[in-house]
Design a protein around this ligand. Sequence first.
Ligand code: SF4
Length: 156
Amino acid sequence: MALTQHSPEQPECLSNEALFTPHEVAQKLDLSVETLRLYEREGLLVPYKLNSGHRRFTQSDVDWITCIQKQIHENKLNFAGIRYLLSLLPCHEMKPCCVEDYTTCPAGTKSCKPCWDFENTPCRDHGDNCRTCVVYQQVLNIDNLKEILSVKFKCD
Ligand code: SF4
């Protein structure tokens, strides 16, 4: 099924990208809109929110949701396992954070969930938007994500 491009309220940073409604993504991936909401509640997804509050997804989101589905159904990871993997992203290096922010950030000391799922990170206090942050954008680039995480596991 061909997905429809939406232009009203299109964020400027995405002016050339097609945005899909939750319903369109659900149809394409054969899952329910409730499942998309669940992934978001579980901290695995940060969709774009229009001024109206409605959620929108890009093709990169669709690819990432496909990857989440694979982790759950083929690799038998649960939400906690995926959150743990995402918590290994070196967000302080990727942003990068200043020393003061790094030493006070809860995402720096806890390995239970990705940084964007913490309420009180210094960058969010500064008003940063997790959806457009370099850290979350790397998650949407799945090949880069594998590379970043594999580097962290190297022993040499
Ligand atoms: S802005 Fe959000 S995604 Fe980026 S490092 Fe901070 S908490 Fe993580």
